[in-house]
Every structure is written in C-alpha cells, then in structure tokens.
Design a protein around this ligand. Structure first.
Ligand code: IMP
Length: 198
C-alpha cells in the first residue's frame, strides 16, 4: 500500500482525516519520528501549508500533505483566518473561542466560513486542494464533539453546531472534508494510472 505522511500534530484533524482515506496508509509525524514544531509564519493558508509540507518532505523524503485551515468571520474582516489556532495569543481553543464571542457580542452579521487548503507533495510535484464550509457563529457554545471553534459554528443548512453533529456528517460537509475528498480523488486517479503502467 502507498504511504503518505500527514504534516500535523493536531489529533482532532488526524482523527478526521484517517476516517476519510482508506486507500493509502496515513503516517503521522510521530510515525516518522518528527518532533520539531513547524512554523506557520505566512499570511495565506497556501503558503503555510506549503511550508509545512516542504519541511516534512525534506525531513522524510516521503510523499506528504499538510493542511492549513481556519475560520474567517465576515464581521471581523476575515479574522481569525490564518491565526485561528492562536487568535487569543495562546494556543487554546477555549480562549480563542471566547475572544470571538466577545468580539461578536453586538454583531448582527454573524456569518463565517471555515477554509482548508491542503498542499500535497507527491512524486516531487506540488498540488493544492481547497475546501470551504459556510455557516454562522452562535452566541453560546453548544456540543462536546469536534475541536477549535466547532461549539460556536453552525454550518449552513443545519441547526446543530459542528460540535453537536456526528463526525460522519462533519466530514461530509466540512472545509477539510471537501479538500480531503478532492485530494483523495486525485490520488486514486494517480495510483490507478501508476498501476496501469506496471
Ligand atoms: P492549523 O493547524 O494552523 O491549520 O490551525 C487550524 C486552526 O483553525 C485550529 O487550531 C482551529 O482553531 C481552527 N480550525 C480549523 N479547522 C477547524 C475545524 O474543523 N473545527 C474547529 N476549528 C477549526
């Protein structure tokens, strides 16, 4: 079976992506003994995803993908965006979410979207896959599932937050789910083409 490394230490993300990729063995950073912190210093999801994927590719020599993702809130001019993971100044989901709730206290426009960009390094080439999931920010947390801003995010077309919806539903409609699906379709095609050359 072909292998690909996921350049992330985020357990929530890894758990979600594992359930979506069955055709390829997914290796974590722990599996390849990579323990460094990878910086994400850029202003775009694309640049941060490329920085992470490249660092792991150089370290391991393996095919690798990295995702950079975040939540963009229209009333906050797209913030937290690329700094979603440490919006409050600390890498803490609860602090970040509370900061958003207090900034949106009087806001009438509560629309937001999650965005994920995957950068895949496959056979030495670089590919990007994007997914977006629109929704709105509610006034108080609801639900125990998911991670990050999920307890305050209700996706379009649903009444429950991402933290209340089953993971299978989240994977179906989420930004990351959409980006991963695009990547999986691409990889299936590549693997099919490669095996027809043998
Ligand atoms: P990254 O590891 O730099 O991609 O940081 C992504 C951050 O965006 C996470 O730490 C969360 O704060 C937020 N985020 C991204 N995707 C999700 C999601 O599916 N649910 C909740 N929060 C998310």
């Amino acid at each position: 079976m072909q292998q690909v490394v996921i350049a992330s230490n985020n357990k929530g993300k890894i758990r979600e992506i594992r359930t979506m990729i069955e055709e390829i063995e997914l290796l974590s950073l722990a599996d390849i003994d990579f323990t460094d912190d990878i910086p994400e210093p850029y202003d775009t999801f694309e640049e941060n995803a490329l920085a992470k994927a490249s660092a792991i590719h150089v370290f391991s020599g393996k095919n690798v993908f990295a995702d950079d993702s975040g939540i963009c809130i229209n009333a906050l001019n797209g913030a937290p965006g690329v700094i979603s993971a440490h919006y409050s100044g600390v890498r803490d989901d609860e602090h970040n979410l509370q900061k958003v709730l207090s900034e949106l206290k009087d806001a009438t426009d509560r629309t937001a979207f999650y965005k994920a960009v995957i950068c895949l390094v496959w056979d030495g080439e670089v590919y990007y896959f994007e997914g977006i999931c629109g929704g709105r920010i509610i006034k108080e947390k609801r639900g125990e599932g998911g991670f990050g801003y999920d307890p305050i995010f209700v996706p379009d077309g649903y009444m429950q937050t991402f933290a209340e919806l089953p993971l299978s539903v989240k994977n179906e409609i989420s930004h990351r789910g959409k980006a991963v699906k695009k990547m999986v379709a691409f990889l299936k095609e590549r693997i099919r083409e490669d095996s027809s050359f043998i």
